[in-house]
Design a protein around this ligand. Sequence first.
Ligand code: SAH
Length: 246
Amino acid sequence: MRRRVHSCFTSRESSKALGPAVVCLSLLASCSSPHAAYEAERRRMVVDQIEARGVGEPRVLSALREVPRHLFVPPSEKANAYEDRPFPIGYGQTISQPYIVALMTELARPEPGDRALEVGTGSGYQAAILGRLVREVYTVEIIEPLGREAGLRLDGLGFSNVFVKVGDGYRGWPEAAPFDIILVTAAPEKVPPPLIDQLKPGGRMVIPVGAVSDVQSLQLIQKDAAGRIESRNVLPVRFVPLTRSP
Ligand code: SAH
């Protein structure tokens, strides 16, 4: 996304440049722009849902304030997009709760020069957040229409550093590997070995692991410079299952 969404409190010049949709009546009046209203909701979401639960990394918080989550949920859910919960996005899948997106992103410690893999594109929201924080994002979705829609959405919003592929993310994205960061947003019963292989020394993977019927454990898996793996359980979570293509 090249252009930032401006708030009510932009200067006259920039309000003019953006056109009538974001012009405010006065600094004290409430702003009639839907963009400004959504921006205010995002700020509230970050304070009440994210910072309040202990995610504090400034770059991660900025990305959550910038990416228009309401454009990643079904049109009928736009007005609810900033609520503290996941939403159905069709095909039995969900866009994760904002806090979980924020937590997984912070745990991955994104750096501007990093290359990231996401397994489970879904709506493309998590990929967009990563796209604001790292150099390149490779994201794989197994349900073809979801992957196609997410690709169009991300292109339309100008995320030129996010690449979407339809396929089985259990196998990772070997042609683009290795990755500094791997985020998995669907739960396998065990960590897929190809993903461990595709993690760089020094890399971080965040992945929910466990049986579909149960709560899963969100794990942070780190590969040290010598290639040794260390994992820790962060939080019980509930994700949709990682499915496999035949
Ligand atoms: N990250 C998403 C939410 C993902 S929900 C977002 O921000 O909206 C989990 C997604 O993982 C679903 O879309 C599901 O179809 C997908 N998925 C499940 N198994 C997969 C697999 N093996 N490879 C790629 N995607 C998979």
